[in-house]
Structure formats: C-alpha cells, structure tokens
Design a protein around this ligand. Structure first.
Ligand SMILES: [Zn+2]
Length: 82
C-alpha cells in the first residue's frame, strides 16, 4: 500500500486560506521565515499542468499570502518600535 499524498489531504488547522481550487499554508520545513505553500487540490506535478482556472486560483492565494505576510511584518515592526 502506498503512502497517501500529504498535499492532497490538507490539515484544516494548517490551512491559512483556500478557494475552490487550492489552499495556502506555511511550509513545515521553511527555507525562510514566512515560507508559504500554495497547493492545488487536484494532484498535479507542476504549476504548468494546472488548468487556467487553477492557475488563476493559485495566483489569488499568492496575493492573499503576500497581504497576510505584509500584515504580520507590519505588526511585528510596530511592536518592536514601542
Ligand atoms: Zn497530491
């Protein structure tokens, strides 16, 4: 029996944002602080195997992730300045 794909069965508590085609979460093994993953619900090998709708949905989550990280940075900087 093969091991199920960890990305196809997202943990609800680790999901930051989602839409119909994909979800966004922090990487468990971040390369840098704020390392987010945008993962499609459909098991595909590459971004370029995604449909136009899936690619658009993933880009929407990229924008949401950037806004989320920008907010974290702003709150961190404002705390440090007090
Ligand atoms: Zn998968």
């Amino acid at each position: 029996m093969s091991t199920p794909c960890i990305f196809c069965f997202p943990s609800p508590e680790k999901t930051l944002f989602s839409n119909m085609y994909a979800y966004c979460r922090f990487d468990d093994y971040p390369v840098t602080p704020g390392h987010l993953l945008i993962i499609p619900y459909r098991h595909i090998i590459s971004f370029f195997d995604a449909t136009n709708e899936e690619q658009a949905a993933m880009m929407e989550l990229v924008r949401s992730g950037k806004e989320y990280l920008d907010g974290l940075i702003r709150s961190f900087v404002s705390v440090k300045r007090c």
